[in-house]
Ligand binder design. Structure first.
Ligand SMILES: *Cc1c(COP(=O)(O)O)cnc(C)c1O
Length: 396
């Protein structure tokens, strides 16, 4: 049987045609005509003052913290249950990441956990739209507002998601998007920063380009203006080749999201009622972008065994995301028990816009069978009370 990959980027003829046009043009590097057009389209779509296209979401987070003046001695509260880019960003600028635990039902950062961690050195919060589900921005905004802290939304996985009718990416004064190959829309690698404050956008754009303005702009002027370096900036620009791909992808968000939604709906039908797993929970006031589809396995199920059985049948799967504080690089002395529990029990099953309903059915059937083959208890028996096996599995 054909393999069913965990992820697959939806790139095709339209994107190729857009790339051909760039090849035929005079400008392939960053901050050229395509990049500028994409920035305008992003700012309009998201209703923000400025959008800066960048080489990655990690670059957006790094430059956001620099623009906000974060540095050594500062503490940044970051969502724990996520790809650990927010904590890395804090470390890039010499600040200390402080890890906030997750809500058990959604995996997004728990506003109460954030509140409990605010101290004299806290300068701000990086919330994450966990695998595509927006966090609790009403509570987070109230909290950060009350304490005079900045709030950044890491919407890397959430292109197309909404919270109370507003688009993910524009739910905080600063938003960071990723266009990595595993996200909702992609140019292979890429990212963007969305800013409500035009001064932040301008600062980030300058730092993304070595600390000088757009070389393309300079090349268009009459005369010979000599650009000056005003910052030790980075080279975090998005190429115009990638920007052209993203202009096409931006127009396909709804189409691609509709297909992911259909897969999620089919999984919910086929896996609903399965007592050995918990399906993703989406609160009524928000929508999911389904960057990943994560199910939580019963504590009595051997997750590594389930994964091996699925992979043996060509069905892609993975552990989902990370409990950041457990990663050796941070040497964190904290615990985030909810995040650690999700990290130990969640399983990512295939989710992308090219997945067919037939494939979703095959995945669901194989998963139900594998759960039974790797459960320490017989389904319908008395639920296990010990979580020992889940704890051991955290090492897998
Ligand atoms: C994937 C991801 C990132 C990293 O995005 P890049 O564009 O690869 O830098 C950052 N944050 C979260 C939450 C992610 O899932």
């Amino acid at each position: 049987m054909d393999p069913i990959p965990l992820v697959h980027a939806s790139l095709g003829k339209q994107e190729l045609a857009a790339v051909e046009e760039v090849f035929a043009s005079e400008w392939t590097a960053g901050q050229g005509p395509r990049g500028k057009a994409l920035e305008k389209e992003l700012a309009e779509r998201y209703g923000v003052a400025d959008a800066v296209t960048l080489s990655s979401c990690a670059a957006a987070l790094h430059l956001a913290l620099l623009a906000l003046g974060v540095g050594p001695g500062d503490e940044v509260i970051v969502a724990d249950y996520t790809f650990p880019a927010p904590a890395h960003a804090a470390r890039y600028v010499g600040a200390v990441p402080v890890f906030a635990d997750a809500r058990p039902d959604t995996g997004t950062v728990d506003p109460q956990a954030v509140a409990d961690l605010i101290g004299p050195r806290t300068v701000g919060v990086i919330a994450v739209d966990t695998v595509g589900l927006p966090a609790d921005y009403a509570e987070l905004e109230a909290l950060t507002g009350r304490h005079g802290l900045f709030l950044i939304e890491d919407a890397a996985c959430a292109v197309g998601a909404t919270y109370r009718g507003r688009p993910a990416g524009a739910l905080a004064p600063i938003g960071a998007l990723s266009f990595h190959g595993r996200k909702g829309i992609t140019s292979g690698e890429g990212g963007a920063l969305l800013a409500a404050d035009p001064a932040i956008g301008a600062d980030v754009r300058l730092r993304s380009s070595f600390g000088i303005g757009s070389i393309f702009d300079k090349s268009q002027t009459i005369g010979l203006p000599i650009p000056e370096f005003t910052e030790v900036g980075y080279n975090y620009k998005l190429s115009d080749i990638a920007a052209a791909i993203l202009q096409v992808q931006l127009g396909r968000i709804e189409e691609l999201l509709e297909r992911r939604n259909a897969v999620a709906a089919r999984y919910a039908e086929l896996l609903g009622g399965e007592e050995l797993l918990t399906l993703p929970h989406v609160p009524d006031d928000r929508t999911h972008a389904w960057q990943s589809y994560l199910v939580a396995l019963d504590p009595g199920v051997d997750r590594a065994g389930v994964a091996a059985e699925l992979r043996g049948q060509g069905i892609g799967c993975g552990h989902g995301t990370w409990a950041s504080h457990t990663q050796p690089v941070y040497e964190a002395k904290q615990t985030c028990p909810v995040s650690a529990d999700l990290f130990a029990r969640q399983l990512a099953i295939p989710m992308h816009a090219e997945l067919t309903v037939d494939q979703a059915e095959r995945v669901s059937h194989a998963l139900r069978t594998a759960l039974r083959n790797h459960s320490v208890r017989r389904p319908s028996a008395v639920p296990a009370t010990s979580t020992d096996s889940a704890n051991q599995e955290g090492a897998s």
